[in-house]
Design a protein around this ligand. Structure first.
Ligand code: NAP
Ligand code: GDD
Length: 332
């Protein structure tokens, strides 16, 4: 039985990846943060009672700021694959807490790489490492963006991801680690955090439909993103670690749509009519520097991984609006 260790298991992607790996027969170990309230809602459905024998989904307390625990878990679990999905992943928030963001997103990845380097040297065992890199790294560089496009980060989050990206490449080249960067464009789902724009919109639309809210407050409606469906992207993460050689891959749909288009489509799915009646501008959601347009050039993923996004924009919006409407009892 193969073993996988995941940071960020309680997040959107971590929860889908854990499901995927369990279905493939892996023993899955996830790192969770101590919190004063339960923070496992996305993985409650796959949680296994610690008193049950032969568990294949095991949770450990840890934090990417804590190198000792990262190292200890690596030695204890002895995974075949290590997926680093943990992050302070909110771009707008990274302007408010830049140092913390760099600590977790940038140095967190380095802590894992250092631990793997030492572990491989001491134990002679290999660990395949996946780094959750981001299309945010392309920032102001115009689309389409491929594996060869230069980075131009526009936020503390993106700059920290660029650091982690380069450390991953450097440990691959310097120490022969099987370490890959998945450069993933935005991917969404009903499990997306409520303050990312797609989920904020689908949730807002559902609450308006249910009569719980009257307005939806948003920032820049002109920004364009290449939005795909998260479970498909998590399958691509796994595929990257099954390749013969460690390489970096761009993952996306190859299409971009504006925030305004997402809003219009979501209100259409809910049958609420003209979105302009409900949406108000609030400058607090603007960023000091914005990323205007992201479109993935997915040629390499198609050719080498045989991976292609199947859920496209209108279907994604429908999935998210339907799920949020169901959650608040709004009938469509
Ligand atoms: P997410 O839903 O925000 O999940 C982030 C995860 O990281 C959560 O499990 C969170 O724990 C954990 N975390 C936060 N701070 C941590 C710390 N100090 N130590 C350990 N774990 C910590 O993000 P996601 O959308 O699943 O994204 C997964 C990864 O892919 C992230 O690295 C993100 O930056 C990257 N990425 C995402 C996208 C996207 O469109 N979703 C695109 C490209 C790259 P709590 O649950 O306790 O908060
Ligand atoms: N969050 C948010 N809230 N964004 C808004 C709002 C709002 O009220 N109004 C407009 N936007 C715009 C933002 O300015 C941005 O241009 C766009 O919507 C998308 O914002 P987010 O959904 O917060 O995502 P992101 O693109 O900044 O970052 C996400 O994708 C990256 C991959 O490109 C995150 O998941 C990152 O962790 C990930 O790396």
């Amino acid at each position: 039985m193969k073993k996988a260790l995941l940071t960020g298991v309680t997040g959107q992607d971590g929860s889908y990846l854990a499901e995927i790996l369990l279905k493939k027969g892996y023993e899955v170990h996830g790192v969770i943060r101590r919190a004063s309230t339960f923070n496992t809602s996305r993985i409650d459905h796959i949680y296994q009672d610690p008193h049950v024998e032969h568990k294949n989904f095991i949770l450990h307390y840890g934090d990417l700021s804590d190198a000792n625990t990262v190292r200890k878990l690596l030695y204890e679990v002895a995974p075949d694959e290590f997926y680093n999905l943990g992050a302070q992943s909110h771009v707008r928030v990274s302007f408010d807490i830049p140092e913390y963001t760099a600590e977790i997103v940038g140095l967190g990845a380095l802590r894992i790489l250092e631990a793997i380097k030492d572990y491989e040297k001491e134990t002679k065992k290999k660990v395949r490492f996946y780094q959750a890199s981001s299309s945010e790294m392309f920032g102001a560089t115009p689309p389409p963006q491929s594996e060869n496009t230069p980075f131009y980060p526009r936020s503390p989050y993106a700059a920290a991801k660029v650091f982690a990206y380069h450390m991953t490449r450097n440990y691959r080249e310097a120490y022969g680690l099987f370490a890959v960067n998945g450069i993933l464009f935005n991917h969404e789902s009903p499990r997306r955090g409520e303050t990312f724009v797609t989920r904020k919109i689908s949730r807002g639309v559902a609450r308006i439909k249910a009569g719980l809210e009257k307005k939806l407050y948003l920032g820049n409606l002109e920004a364009k993103r290449d939005w795909g469906y998260a479970p498909e992207y998590c399958e691509a993460m796994w595929q990257m670690l099954q390749q013969e050689k460690p390489e970096d891959y761009v993952i996306g749909t190859g299409e971009s749509h504006s925030v305004e288009e997402f809003v219009a489509e979501a209100f259409k799915v809910a049958g609420l009519g003209d979105w302009k009646k409900y949406v108000e501008f609030d400058p607090r959601y603007l960023r000091p520097t914005e990323v205007d347009d992201l479109i993935a050039d997915t040629k390499k993923a198609k050719e080498k991984l045989k991976w292609e996004a199947t859920t496209k924009f209108p279907e994604l919006v429908r999935i998210m609006v339907e799920a949020d409407c169901k959650a608040v009892g709004a009938t469509l």
